[in-house]
Ligand binder design. Structure first.
Ligand code: NDP
Ligand code: GDR
Length: 351
C-alpha cells in the first residue's frame, strides 16, 4: 500500500465549479460578464428570449463555451424552470428594456420587463434556490434630477423616465427580498458604461459610429439631441468585474459604480471627431425631435464605497475609451478585423 507521501501528498478536494446564470446575455454587459466568468472558471448559463432574428452576435465567439437556455422575464414559469434545471450559485439579472427613450413609447412593457421582471426572477430564486447569490442591474438613471452631486448609495432617487422609475422598483424589490427572506440579493447602481459592443442607439456609440461614417465618406452629418447632458461614462469590461465582486462579499450590500468624472455630450463629440482630425461643429446637427420629454442633466458617481470595500477601480479613461470605440467603428466599416463581439450581421453590410 502506498503512503500518502508516495501518492503525491494529501489529496486536496477540487473546488466545485460554480454555475452562473446571466439574464440579458445577448446584451453589452452580458457578453463581457460571460467572458469574465469563463476566465474565472465558471460554468456560464445564459438566458435568451425567443426571437425570430439573430441576437447572438455579441456572444458568437463564446457559443462553444457557454450554455444558452430560452426564457423570458415576462414568463414566470420559464424562470422557475431555468433556476430549477441549472441550480445556479450566482444569478446576474441584466435583462431589461434598457433604452430610455423607448420607455416613454412603451411605458407599460418597460415596467413589465424592467420592474416586475425582477420580482419574477426573485420569486424563482426564493422558491427554488434561496441560497443563490443574486445581482440586480440598478442604474444611475434612478438619481435622475439629482438632488446632490456627486451621487452615492445614500443619495435620494428622483427618476425622470418610465425606465428610471422601473429601475427604482427593481432596486427596492431586491432590497426587500433581502430583508424579507434573507436572500443574498444586491444591487449595483452602475453609471453609464460603454464599449464597441454598445447598441448603436446609445449616444456614445451613435457618435463614434457616426464619426467613422463621416470620416469614410459614408455620411455627411450626425443628428443629436441634448448636447448639454452630462454623464459619468466608464468602460463596460471594468464594470462587469464590479458586479462579480459584489457577489464575492460576505454580506449582501448595494454599491455605486462609476468613474467620478463627468463629460457633456458636446465634449464627447469634440473628443470623438478630434480622434479623426475633424471639427465636430462642422457635422453635428441638433435635432429637437431627439430631445427627451424629461432628461437627466448631470450624473457623477461617488464610488468611494466600491473603491474601499470591493477594491474596484476603473482602468480606462473616457478619452481612451472613445478613441478605442472610434477605432473599432472605423475598422468595422472598412471591413477589417474588429474586436470580438462586435459584428452584427446587419453592420457587416456597412449601414
Ligand atoms: P442591453 O440593452 O445591451 O441588453 C439588454 C438585454 O436584456 C439583452 O440581452 C436583451 O435581449 C435582454 N432582454 C430584454 N428584455 C428581455 C426579456 N423580456 N426577457 C429576457 N431578456 C430580455 O443592456 P446593457 O447590457 O447595456 O445593460 C445591462 C443591464 O444593466 C440592463 O438591465 C440595463 O438597464 C442596466 N444598466 C446598464 C447601464 C449601461 O450603461 N450599460 C448602466 C446601468 C444599468 P435581446 O438581445 O433579445 O434584446
Ligand atoms: P442614458 O444613455 O439615457 O444615460 O441611459 P444614452 O446614451 O441614451 O443618453 C445619454 C444622454 O445623451 C443625450 N443625447 C442622446 N442620447 C441618445 N441616445 N441619442 C442622441 O441622439 C442623443 N443626443 C443627446 C441624452 O438626452 C442623454 O441625456 C444609459 C442606458 O444604458 C441605461 O440603460 C442605463 O441605465 C443608463 O445609461 C445609466
Amino acid at each position: 500500500m502506498r503512503t500518502e507521501r508516495e501518492a503525491g501528498g494529501p489529496r486536496r478536494a477540487m473546488p466545485k465549479q460554480k454555475t452562473a446564470l446571466i439574464t440579458g446575455i445577448t446584451g453589452q454587459d452580458g457578453s463581457y460578464l460571460a467572458e469574465f466568468l469563463l476566465e474565472q472558471g465558471y460554468r456560464v448559463v445564459g438566458m435568451q428570449r425567443r426571437s425570430s432574428t439573430e441576437t447572438l452576435w455579441r456572444i458568437a465567439h463564446l457559443l462553444d463555451k457557454i450554455e444558452l437556455v430560452q426564457g423570458d422575464l415576462l414568463d414566470q414559469l420559464s424562470l422557475i424552470e431555468i433556476v430549477q434545471a441549472y441550480q445556479p450559485d450566482e444569478i446576474y439579472n441584466l435583462a431589461a428594456q434598457s433604452f430610455v427613450p423607448t420607455s416613454w413609447q412603451q411605458p407599460v412593457l418597460t415596467g413589465e420587463f424592467t420592474a416586475l421582471g425582477v420580482t419574477r426572477l426573485l420569486e424563482a430564486v426564493r422558491l427554488v434556490k434561496p441560497d443563490a447569490k443574486f445581482y440586480q442591474a440598478s442604474s444611475s438613471e434612478m438619481f435622475g434630477k439629482a438632488v446632490e452631486v456627486p451621487q452615492n448609495e445614500r443619495t435620494p432617487f428622483y427618476p425622470r423616465s418610465p425606465y428610471g422609475v422601473s429601475k427604482v422598483y427593481g432596486h427596492y424589490i431586491t432590497i426587500n427580498y433581502r430583508e424579507s427572506y434573507g436572500l443574498f440579493a444586491v444591487s449595483g447602481i452602475l453609471f453609464n458604461h460603454e464599449s464597441p459592443r454598445r447598441g448603436l442607439e446609445f449616444v456614445t456609440r451613435k457618435v463614434t459610429h457616426g464619426v467613422a461614417k463621416i470620416k469614410l465618406g459614408l455620411a455627411r452629418e450626425l443628428r443629436l439631441g441634448n448636447l448639454d447632458a452630462r454623464r459619468d461614462w466608464g468602460y463596460a469590461p471594468d464594470y462587469v468585474q464590479a458586479m462579480w465582486l459584489m457577489l464575492q462579499q460576505d454580506q449582501p450590500d448595494d454599491f455605486v459604480v462609476g468613474t467620478g468624472k463627468t463629460h457633456s455630450v458636446r465634449q464627447l463629440c469634440e473628443i470623438a471627431f478630434g480622434c479623426v482630425g475633424l471639427n465636430w461643429e462642422d457635422y453635428v446637427v441638433v435635432d429637437p425631435a431627439l430631445f427627451r420629454p424629461a432628461d437627466v442633466d448631470l450624473l457623477v458617481a461617488d464610488a468611494t464605497k466600491a473603491r474601499t470595500v470591493l477594491g474596484w477601480r476603473p482602468t480606462v479613461s473616457f478619452e481612451e475609451m472613445i478613441e478605442l470605440m472610434v477605432d473599432a467603428d472605423l475598422r468595422l466599416l472598412k471591413g477589417e478585423d474588429v474586436p470580438p463581439g462586435m459584428v452584427a450581421p446587419v453592420l457587416r453590410r456597412g449601414i
